[in-house]
Every structure is written in C-alpha cells, then in structure tokens.
Design a protein around this ligand. Sequence first.
Ligand code: NAD
Length: 230
Amino acid sequence: MDLGISGKVVLITGGGGALGTAMASIFAAEGAKIAVVDVNAENAATVAATLTDGGAAACAIGADITDKAQIDQAFSQAEQRLGPIDILVNNAGFSRDSYLTKMDEADWDLVHYTVLKGTFHCCRAALPGMMERRFGRIVNISSMSYLGNAGQTNYSSAKAGLIGMTNALAREAGRFNITVNAIAPGLIVTPRLRARKDFDVLEQRSNATTPMPRLGLPEDCPSSINQPLQ
Ligand SMILES: NC(=O)c1ccc[n+]([C@@H]2O[C@H](COP(=O)([O-])OP(=O)(O)OC[C@H]3O[C@@H](n4cnc5c(N)ncnc54)[C@H](O)[C@@H]3O)[C@@H](O)[C@H]2O)c1
C-alpha cells in the first residue's frame, strides 16, 4: 500500500516496545525514515538495527519522554541524522493498575506524567518545525481504557486526557496543515500482557465486549493509521 509517506521522517516514542516495533516496521515498509526513541536504549537499538538491516533509514535514541532536556536533545539528534520530523507518534506509555483506594500516589503521578506530560514535551519539540514547514502528522496512542476500567483510574483518566489533548491540539495546529489524531486500541497481545497472571480474565472480558471477539495484535495498530497523507 502506498500511504504517500516514502521519505518522510517519523519519530516514534516507546519505539522499542511491542506496538512501537510493529508501527516502526510498517512505516519502514512504506519507505519512511524512523527515529526509534525509548527510555530503554537497548531495545530502541535492537529495533533500529532490524529496520536498517531490512534496508530502511533508522536510528535509535535513548530518551525519557518525561524529561524535557532529554526530549529536546532526542529531537535534535533525530533531525541531524534523518532530517526534519514530519510524523510524530506518541506511543510511550504503560499502566500501573490498582484499585484507587489501594493505589500508590506515585503510580497515579507516574502514569499521568508519562502519558500527558511526556506527550506535551514531544509535541512541543515537534510543532515549531512542523508549523514552519506547514506539514505535520501527530498520532497519539490512547487506549480503549479511556472509557474506564476498574483498577485503572490512573490509566483510564490519563488516556481520556490524551484524547482531550488531541482534540484541543488538532484545533490549534490544523491551520498549519498539521493533523493531530488519537488511536484507542483495545487489548493487544504483547509479551508483557501475556505474562500477567490475570491474562485469561482479561482475554475473556475483552472478547465479551469487542465486536471482533479476539484480542488485538500489535500489527492491528499500524493498520489503524493506514490513512494516505495529502
Ligand atoms: N498492549 C495493549 O494492550 C495496549 C492497548 C491499548 C493501548 N496501549 C498503549 O500502547 C502504547 C504501547 O504499549 P505496548 O503494549 O507496546 O507496551 P510496551 O511496554 O511493549 O512498550 C512501551 C514502550 O514505552 C517505553 N517507555 C515507557 N516509558 C517511557 C518514557 N518515559 N520515555 C520513553 N519511553 C518510555 C518502554 O520502555 C517500552 O519500550 C502505550 O501507550 C500503551 O498504553 C497498549
């Protein structure tokens, strides 16, 4: 499929993780250049090496999205190595599940800080150049949990907040020919998910409420962003 993104530069946060890896490989297959950014520098390097082995232009950058200085540096490194960022995928994130009455305050803060403040730092790093060039695509990875799951008050509220942020930023950036969209995947089978003790319960709950009664696969997520760019 030709999405019209050949030669575009994509920066994916959390690119060393399951969904990040799947999205990176789809972008590579489309001829895009990929900056794989992850707090786990080793995983980022492995993903970038696989992409370059396959003939794509890619680089790995270890950076924590909650740290503005690291993110500013990551964007300038990516631009030096691959060129100006055309597409930003805000994918880094995780859950720290617990009922609210038992939740550590630190887990509330960490999930919110990563999902919302991390996305804020990355958008702030990407937008000035996109606005100047009058082109940009920002994709925020939310979650169906934004509708509310017991045990996920921190994650559900952060992912719902991310959708609000997406809608607000889309209205700010649209006049610069920059689109801002969110994807809210359902449960996706990843090694981390499979390792959970409650995997069977989660799978049953997901199958009961999902129109297509099977768990999602990492490669289902990139197919949601298979929208040709104008
Ligand atoms: N797997 C699912 O079922 C599912 C469903 C809906 C949404 N999501 C969302 O998709 C995204 C990716 O999830 P995944 O399943 O691939 O998880 P994953 O754990 O495999 O990947 C997440 C990656 O983000 C990185 N990361 C975490 N904190 C970071 C930080 N502060 N700075 C930079 N990198 C950081 C991790 O090192 C990891 O490589 C997350 O935002 C998650 O909330 C996942």
